[in-house]
Design a protein around this ligand. Structure first.
Ligand code: KG4
Ligand code: ZN
Length: 336
């Protein structure tokens, strides 16, 4: 069964054709990073206009690379939440037009669930597992029971971890997006030069995250040294920041694994490309961690076409009145 996946929730326009939820026949991603870099963050109005300009070509290219025709598709899966509303609407309208024209099912896909699916494209991963979603917009810990059943056990109460990387890079004038730049600088600095605070949660919500205190501490440290402006100091602050942020993610994930007696961990989202994060998870003997390749970890439509296959098999389809939503709809602790 061939599915077309479409993703346009933030600043990547992407289309992919996936066979039987597993075999990625094409995965075209056009990033808008250059258009937003001057603002050090995504400008929603620019993002939706750029999606409009590129989405048709991206879909065409996905078909060309897969060497398939429109009529070969059995369904179209599309991200309809969460994300930037104008951006989501471009992908959603494209998917609706496709489903209408070809008279094939339209499958609504949650962007976070799609990220959680990405490592399943490359690995066989047992359930239940713990999912750590770390991106520019989200930081979530889940207990995942199946591809489509995820219980949220923790999330950030303020900044997402990727947002924190991006904002710190902006303060230090390092460019956008911050994650990849900071990941490189990390190796020039001393990661234990500074001791930055780690937010710890106890009680009935022990797996929450908070990064705004860390962000403020790092910015204050920079201001302290601004006059000296030694590169060495900047490298040390950045390295210490990355270690603190990533160690916090790992420690909370490990606590959840221990408490819930689960040893398989899915790590996904743009921040999961972080080299220190990958190495540190890899060194742990008590758990087995699963990462997707970097191109499937950041926003892409292969994870959408892949998950849509399982949703379709479970009977999840939408009609043409499907709307986009900017936020995750949480009912209780279930990711919907
Ligand atoms: O998943 P993604 O492509 O888009 C969202 O859904 O947000 O994630 C983008 C985020 C950005 O904040 C970016 O700085 C971060 O992922 N990122 C990284 C790395 N590569 C990308 N963060 C840390 N280390 C990296 N190597
Ligand atoms: Zn994402």
């Amino acid at each position: 069964m061939y599915l077309l996946g479409i993703e346009s929730s933030c600043d990547e326009s992407s289309a992919s054709i996936v066979e039987d939820g597993q075999r990625v026949l094409s995965n075209v991603v056009v990033s808008q990073v250059k258009d937003h870099a001057v603002f050090c963050g995504v400008v929603p109005e620019i993002a939706s206009r750029k999606h409009l300009e590129t989405i048709n070509e991206v879909v065409e290219e996905a078909f060309r690379l897969a060497q398939l025709k429109y009529e070969d598709m059995n369904a179209v899966g599309v991200v309809y939440k969460p994300g930037l509303i104008g951006s989501l609407l471009v992908g959603l309208s494209t998917a609706k037009a496709f489903a209408y024209q070809l008279d094939c099912p339209l499958v609504p896909v949650n962007h976070i669930e799609a990220h959680l699916y990405a490592p399943h494209l490359e690995w066989e991963i047992p359930f239940p597992n713990i999912g750590l979603v770390v991106s520019g917009g989200h930081t979530l810990l889940t207990k995942s029971h199946s591809f489509t059943d995820h219980e949220i056990i923790g999330s950030t109460i303020d900044d997402a971890v990727g947002e924190c990387f991006d904002k710190i890079a902006k303060y230090f004038d390092l460019g956008y997006p911050g994650g990849p730049v900071i990941d490189k600088i990390f190796y020039n600095g001393d990661p234990i030069a500074y001791s930055f605070p780690k937010a710890k949660f106890k009680g009935d919500q022990p797996y929450q995250f908070s990064f705004s205190g860390l962000k403020s501490a790092v910015i204050h440290q920079r201001e302290k040294f601004l006059n000296e402006n030694h590169k060495d100091t900047v490298d040390n602050i950045i390295a210490s920041f990355q270690k603190t942020a990533i160690d916090t993610l790992i420690e909370t994930t490990l606590r959840a694994c221990n408490d819930l007696n689960i040893s398989d961990v899915v790590v996904t989202g743009g921040v999961s490309c972080n080299s220190y994060l990958r190495k540190a998870f890899g060194k742990l003997d008590s758990i087995k961690s699963y990462f997707a390749s970097p191109e499937l970890s950041t926003d892409n439509a292969a994870m959408v076409g892949g998950l849509a296959y399982h949703l379709l098999k479970a009977g999840v389809t939408a009609d043409l009145s499907l709307n986009a939503h900017s936020k995750i709809v949480k009912r209780g602790k279930v990711l919907e």
